[in-house]
Design a protein around this ligand. Sequence first.
Ligand code: ATP
Ligand code: MG
Ligand code: FE
Length: 356
Amino acid sequence: TRVLGIETSCDETAAAVVEQTADGAPAILSNVVLSQIEEHAAFGGVVPEIAARAHVEALDGVIEAALGEAHLGLHDIDAVAATAGPGLIGGLIVGLTTAKAIAAALGKPLIPVNHLEGHALTARLTDRLSFPYLLLLVSGGHTQIVHVAGVGRYERWASTIDDALGEAFDKTAKLLGLPYPGGPNVEKAARDGDPERFAFPRPLKGEARPDFSFSGLKTAVRRAGTQLAPLSRQDVADICASFQRAVAETLVDRVAHGLARFRETHPDLAAPALVVAGGVAANAAIRAALETLCAGEGFRLVAPPLALCGDNAAMIAWAGVERLRAGLVEEDALAFAPRPRWPLDAAAAPLVGAGK
Ligand code: ATP
Ligand code: MG
Ligand code: FE
């Protein structure tokens, strides 16, 4: 099975081809990601109208590049998968409409993919990993612990009651005058910083409720920044390092609940796994903290390679492969409308002010 994947939900225009032979391991035949960082940098964040226009201009070329890199033509493709939500409506329309046109012209299936399902299943593309597993999804718009029982079988066990973690990184960066996108720049600055200099809060630490919260942490960063202004290079580094330390400790405390519940749910599972996915999963300090937690609790930590943590189309193509194999393809997919909001566990109650 060879699937062309298309991703346009935010500020990356991406296309990829992923293959899985009947008996073999999956292979990424190509993975092209065109980032719009330069278009949005001057505004300190993603501007939806600019993003949509950039997707229109770039997508055809990106798809051609993905096919070229895979040494394939459109007729070698078995299905087309595209992100149908959640995300910015303009970009979703561009990607999904293009995918529909290709699928219709080829007479091949179209698979509308939930972007979060792409993040959730990436670890199965790169690691030998079977269901069930526990997922920590940490991205620009979401912070959740999800029980993954199978393809399309997601149960949310925890989510943030205010900011997403990626959002907290981005806002912290902005407060400190670091360039967009914030996450990687906070991590870079933190390398030269003292993680003990500031005693930032560990929101909800020790509480029995499973949720996440990051807005208090952001406020504490703002207060520290204002008190010290003008900030020296070392001040910025120390704030970033202390922020990252607080985030890592908070995550460890919150995820420990999830690991315990997973154990109770699956007492007979010999080698339980925690998967960390989404853009923030690229953060080395967070990975290291989760690694230590998992080692202590008898879990295996599975983290995708850095290039597959942030948004890409290989994860969308792979979700397409998984859906095809599971027989989970929409009947009238060509009529599928993009969904700017689309919880992973679609049956769950609406999110309360969390995520996008
Ligand atoms: P979602 O997946 O929730 O719809 P998104 O697609 O915009 O949102 P991703 O692309 O998955 O989010 O992740 C982007 C986020 O990851 C940004 O907030 C970015 O700052 C953050 N991020 C990227 N690299 C790092 C890093 N090394 N450390 C911390 N955060 C990072
Ligand atoms: Mg992005
Ligand atoms: Fe994402």
